[in-house]
Design a protein around this ligand. Sequence first.
Ligand code: SF4
Ligand code: SF4
Length: 311
Amino acid sequence: MREKIIESCKKWGADLVGFAPIDRFCADSAVRKLMPEAKTVIGLGFRVLRGTYRGIEEGSTYYQYTTMGVENMEETVMPMVQVRLSMYLEEEGYLALPQRRHQQIMAESDSTNPEVAYDSVYRGCTQETQMNFSEAAVLCGLGEIGMNGAILTDEFGPFVRCCFVITDAELEPTPVKEKHLCDRCGKCIKACPGGAISENGELDPWQCAVYYNGANGTKNPFMPPDAFADFENRMDIIGGRARVDKDTAPEILQNIYFYPPAQHAYQCSICGRACDMSCYVHLEEKGALTKAFKLPFRRRSEWKFSEKDFE
Ligand code: SF4
Ligand code: SF4
């Protein structure tokens, strides 16, 4: 049954399949609350197309990463495999509970999800139990957590998205990977156009939301020269130096949509996850990734507009 699951999920579109027995999750884990009789968590990893990041790397296309690398992965490709796997498990007489990211629902009352419009997020939903996706990815043997909190896989580095199916079927575990990819080089931190990751790797979600959506004019080809005209600190915003919080970030976000959003509240990523791209380049240069390409990801120096264009 385990081999059939791996073979089928790969045929349906998953790239990575891993199995975590329930005893890898602590006694108060959300997984146990979600399904008290659970025996296994099945982790599914999906590559995010390198070509969609390349569009942002070169400044040639932005929408494709958001729609094909985020929206369609989360809303179509990944749920399709989860549902088919879950139907197979239930056909075999086991319970199956798919777990996909709650993109617009969060337990925190003062945080946000940079990938979706800040005003589409339902905050403080503590009654809705949510499993820890990063922890589950590691426990399923899919990869390790990098310094900035991203899941890093041997095959695709940080260019991957994960979802899960909890089941009462007992399946042979996948070994948990020893940490070997992240060398704490700090390149993910330096690459962020808005300084959203602290020196110790902690992500500020509001800072990230503002710069994910393109507040840094030196990396945003869609920003008009008079952007943020009513903001006293407009040059700090445009230069990536402004510090924001839950009160000031929404004001900037209301004035930031120079490019149309995708569906399901997904906002177009203008930073293109520069943190992940930088990490990918680093891992590729080190020869740490098992999935090789004919040409390197980064082929020329990084481009940047001048702040003078906005003065
Ligand atoms: S860029 Fe360096 S520090 Fe950041 S996650 Fe990747 S390997 Fe780790
Ligand atoms: S590079 Fe983009 S996704 Fe990464 S931390 Fe900065 S704003 Fe967020």
